[in-house]
Design a protein around this ligand. Sequence first.
Ligand SMILES: Cc1ncc(C[n+]2csc(CCOP(=O)(O)OP(=O)(O)O)c2C)c(N)n1
Length: 312
Amino acid sequence: MLRSMLRIRRFEEKAIEVFSEGLMGGVLHTYIGEEAVAVGVCSNLRVDDYVAGTHRGHGHCLAKGAPSDRMLAELMGRKTGLNKGKGGSMHTIDFSKGILGSNGIVGSGIPIVVGAALSAKMRGTDQVAVAFFGDGATNRGSFHEGLNLAALWDLPAIFVCEDNKWAISVPKRRSTKLEDLSVRASSYGMPGVSVDGSDILAVHQAAAAVVARARRGEGPTLLVCDTPRARGHEEGDPQDYRPKDDLEAAKRRDPIEGLKTYMLGAGMLTGDEFEAVDKAIVQEIMEAERFARQSPFPRPEEALDDLFAEVH
Ligand SMILES: Cc1ncc(C[n+]2csc(CCOP(=O)(O)OP(=O)(O)O)c2C)c(N)n1
């Protein structure tokens, strides 16, 4: 789990670098500070389980097994990218790893996951399907409709809310009266669980229980992870709406530092071992960057390819 969180962190740092060089089109929303959520949840999943991410979705894809080189190539619009360079940062998909897609439309992974969970149930497999979304997304209709149907049909779905307390510049207290969003689960007849989302062990343990419940056919759960947003909503966001102490507090809750300190204290890791793991990941990400930079762009004539599936 430490390795997986570090891979996301180093990937995001590289993404910021290439974005500021002008090598990425569009907008870049990083997952820095929130790594424990995707990793804690996905460490309980099999390759054939499904996940759907958000506009802040690189961490979800990497934690579920997307290769960092093809991810970075996708962000940089290259033909070797996961989606042939046509999806970009907010639309990364890898069906071979059960990744149904990051998504630029807030809350839209939820109905997709409800559909995937329904398909697993109808096919009689024990696959589960996980939707990640922010606290802002819980105010959308897709959240309420999705949770209602999943509960009604006892679907093997897990709804993971990344409660970072911000929706761009709007603080959570200005969009809902609720402090603990897990109480919303009770209105649909499913359990709601709240956990410290910067504590990877807590997330892993809570997710293990709700994934097992879904796999046993006992239905969906809403898992709310209290997690800090350590940077702006997107790169370049000046965050002038945000109190300085809120940002400082978010930075202090670094989930990677938290796990490292715990492991060092418990004698499970030495400082040298940590450095070696980090170095290997930095190397992997440098190779991913080389791969992406050397990859060609798709040709303009290919723009309309792959838009529709052939149906016979
Ligand atoms: C349906 C829809 N409405 C508005 C937007 C614009 N938008 C992009 S991100 C965002 C905030 C989302 O906040 P949250 O769901 O809490 O996720 P976070 O960015 O905090 O991870 C909004 C309003 C959008 N992309 N889709």
